[in-house]
Design a protein around this ligand. Sequence first.
Ligand code: GUN
Length: 280
Amino acid sequence: MIIDGKKIAAKLREDLKKKIIDLKSTFKSVPGLTVILVGDDPASKIYVKNKEKFSKEVGMNSEVLRYPKNVEESVILDKIIELNKDKKISGILVQLPLPKHISQKKVIETILPTKDVDGFHPVNVGNLSSGYDSSIPCTPLGCFLLIKKIEKNLSGKHAVIIGRSNLNGKPMAQLLLKENCTVTITHSKTKDLKEECRKADIIVAAVGKPKLVKGDWVKKNAIVIDVGINKTESGIVGDVDFDEVSKVARAITPVPGGVGPMTIVCLLNNTVECFKRANS
Ligand code: GUN
């Protein structure tokens, strides 16, 4: 089975659109998302354009603030402080990566945890790992929703995550742990990645290596989620060898059209949740 992330995300956006109409009639205002983009990284420009497009489509107030790549760090931090105080803004997202002269840590920690729609602020990271209510990073949340579409009860399943980043691998582990999975986080120093993957009921590949996961790495009937977006001579490919793995897996996400569309809808959902918490 090929998991159609595009279709699932479209349905979730329809649901959000209705939710926002209801919120508007209750609170006489709608959620507002501000995205900050520094520089002209081509991939970031596309991601931000899509975030703007879909946030408008579901009826939010949305703005993108664009800065040149040599902008001073203090300009970005001051803008975040201003947005933190602005009641019309429910969520703030600073697109990563940032130029080297701007501290990612400082930027993340300047955003109010209650407006941190990425779930990257240490307070939200702590809340997630403690099992408390928080914004959850959008990509792992999107992966998680896709896994739950395939399998409602994850208790006791063995999940293997490839990649230990703060953006994907670590929060992914927290989400699966909460569902009583046995979780293995693998990374570049893992001794035998293939052997680890062969034990998995669920594989989440988020490592940025084209077609790394092969057919003989995957147990029959495993669920395979591919977070990778790798530019190659033959076009965009994931971290999973789709042709090989789709013959063995029970369910697999394609690239593109799998995790990508879910990430954006999770961002929109996080913005709605921040709006609701601010108004409750
Ligand atoms: N760059 C790549 N993925 C992300 C994300 O989820 N959030 C932000 N802010 N930047 C990113």
